[in-house]
Structure formats: C-alpha cells, structure tokens
Design a protein around this ligand. Sequence first.
Ligand code: TYM
Length: 349
Amino acid sequence: AKVVFSGIQPTGVPQLGNYLGTIKNWVQLQQDPEAQRYYSIVDLHAMTVPRDPKRLKQETLEMAAALLACGIDTQKSVLFRQSTVPQHSQLNWVLGSITPVGWLNRMTQWKSKLQQQTNGILDGVNEHSLNVHSSAAQGLLTGLFTYPVLMASDILLFRASHIPVGEDQVQHLELARDLTVHFNKTFRTNLLVMPSYLLTATKRVMSLRDPLRKMSKSDANDQARITLADTDDQIRKKIKKAPTDSLSQITFDPKSRPGVSNLLSIYAAVRNIDPRVAAQEMQTLANAQMKEMVAQAVVDEITPIRKRLGELLDDPQYIEDELRKGEERARVVAEENWRQIAQCVGLPA
Ligand code: TYM
C-alpha cells in the first residue's frame, strides 16, 4: 500500500520554500487514487521552540487555512494536528528508548537552532565542532535534541512509505530509516515500514537576500522570503531586490550563479518546467526583465491562494471543523497501528 505522510510546523502562513519544497507536492500527490495521505500540523514539534501559547494557537489556525488554500482536499487527504493523536507521543517514548544519544548528536538541525536561540553566544561554534557534550550545549532543551525521534514516530505510526519533504529534512529521514531497521531487529519483527523520501526540483529554495542560505521563516529579515500572504506588490519588490550577478546571459548554474539560478528554479517550479528550459527561454533577457517574468509567474501562482486564504481565515469555525474530521480519521488508524506496536513490544494492547 502506498501511504504518504508529511508534517509541517505551525509557523503561521507558510513561506515560498515550504510551498515549493513540499506543499505543492502534497497537493499533486492527491492525484493518485491508490494512495492514502496524512498531512500533519506538528504542534508538538513546535513546542521545542518556545513561544506564546496564544501565538501557537493562531499560527496553527493560519497554517491549516493555508494548507486548505493551497489545495489540500480533506476528501482526499487526512489533515490533522499532531497533538490530537496521542499515539505519536506514545511511540515517541518507545522509539526514544532504543535511540542511542550518539545518533541524535550527529543531527545538524538542533545545532543551528541552538545557535539561533542563543543569539551569537555560540559564535565560532559550528555544526561540526558543537556536540551534546560541549559546554555551550548544556542549555539545549531535551525536546529540541530528541525532535527527530518524534518525527520518526510520526512517520512510523502511520506505516508511511512515501514522505514528501524539502532537503533540510533528509538527515531526519535517514534517522527514521535507521530506527525502522533498529526497531524491527530489536523486537524481531517486520512490523515497521521502511519510509522513503520524495524531493522536488525545488528541494532547497534560497533566501532572496543571500542565495547561499535557505529561505526560512526564522530569518530576521522579512525581505528574504515571500509568504503566501504577500501582495502582488510585495512579491514584485522582493524579487526585484534579489541579488544576481553581472554575467551577460541567463544560464542555470546553481554553483557559480546562485542568485540567478534560485530565481530560475522558482520560476520553473511554478510553471512546472525544468529550470534549464527556463534558462533557455530567458537566455537573452537582462536581469531586470528576467526578474519581471519570475515575479509575474509567482504572482500568478500566489494570488488565488492568498484570496482563498483570506476567505478561510474569516471562518475559523470551518477550519476547526475540517481539522476535527481529519483528526477522527487519523486516530482510528493510529489506534490500530499502535495496538500492533504495543503488542509487539510487550505493552498492553
Ligand atoms: P518545517 O515545518 O520546517 O518545514 C515544512 C516543509 O518545508 C520544507 N522547507 C523547504 N523546502 C525547500 N526550500 C526551503 N527553503 C524550505 N524551507 C522549508 C521542509 O523541508 C519541510 O518538508 N521536521 C519537519 C516537520 C515534520 C515532518 C514529520 C516532516 C514533523 N514530522 C514527518 C515529514 C514527516 C519540519 O520542521 O518541517
């Protein structure tokens, strides 16, 4: 059986990297009539970056509305908030109980988040030199450290085979794969299903201020990202200001021309073409003309989404009802799968 699972943090309205890196793919995967789909707003994961409870609630609502606005169809996909399915936390404990600390120590994401949270106190420490024994890491919150175990639990709880994500999640997916083997070996079973990840051509959308860094919600500069709530004007301005280079023709070459190539990738993704084809199409254009074409394509894609998003946010009760329906369906599946896992490890099933 093909079971698609993915998750997204409730960070309010998603940015273009979320959309092109994965959400657009979630929507496209709805065309497969054979597959089951589970899309989770991972509010438990969100707690690893402390924030105001009211804000968490609001940003969860906005994320749900945005996913619906992008075309997640609750007839075809189960859309739910992670915390409403308690079996995520139960499996998290079971998996955490067989996960060596060394495996988590190698993960790079907690290192960059710790660096962000401590605002430069960790200056000079990077993802290679920092480890869980470093004195700089003693304030590291346990939840942030064990985050990838909860993520593996999400996937394995639903016996998911296909996981659409952006590139920054690949290391976590490798851990989930390792844990699958490790669990099955430890408990002499083949119960847990090996997940594979699905990447898109825009698996890493770059910042519009610095094309060597990925576009992210946590970037302090909001000119670095486009969100699905941006107006046409905001989108055009941000793309206009994006750094490029002074070479004379438009070509696609991410290594030597990161700025131009990022814009070409974005254009190609919304037009569903290959970025090299996009480069040929625009070969003789000046940078300014190329940017206008990119901006127009992004505006065409986002405008209808922004309008639907606005309508949906006017009706929070509708969103809550859609989520609750999804959550009932998610719990039925999670209960049954958990029952089998519990039985396998010797807990009451
Ligand atoms: P999150 O919420 O950070 O991001 C959601 C998805 O967006 C992708 N993404 C990008 N893709 C391309 N370019 C970018 N600049 C960019 N920025 C973000 C991410 O790769 C991700 O696919 N840990 C996950 C959530 C999660 C999950 C799961 C995912 C929890 N459980 C189980 C898959 C399966 C996260 O924090 O994603």
